[in-house]
Design a protein around this ligand. Sequence first.
Ligand code: CMP
Length: 135
Amino acid sequence: MSQRTLVLIKPDAVRRGLLGAVLSRFEAKGLSIVAMEHRTIDGEMADAHYVEHVERDFYPPLRAFVTSGPLVSLVLEGDEAITVVRNLTGATDGRQAAPGTIRGDYSLSNRENLVHASDSTESAEREMKLWFPSL
Ligand code: CMP
């Protein structure tokens, strides 16, 4: 079943010059890029995106991090895209993520973990509306 999912390539990836490396993983897998934008978000947008985390103790530094520089938001499309992208991304904590995954290969942090990917059809719908309202 073809699906769409929302991905963020976070400011750490952009700063480290890993944008191409991360994008190429998704392209090589066969996913299509249906929307893509390079932008720096403010705290309000961070709060809207991470609405289920705003009360967590890890949120203030996460908010500072995700607003700290440009990121790239994109919508990817393909067969079972939500699960496929989550599997390519790997576990949240880069120190635990399996080698071969994006976080497993490039991240040593549970905050600066390079990418965000929608975790369900409901969150994909909500996040795509938030980041690409005209899609
Ligand atoms: P993401 O997949 O974007 O979803 C929530 C984000 O919060 C997560 O990636 C990490 O960047 C961050 N995060 C989750 N858990 C922790 C934690 N325990 N400490 C710091 N950051 C976290």
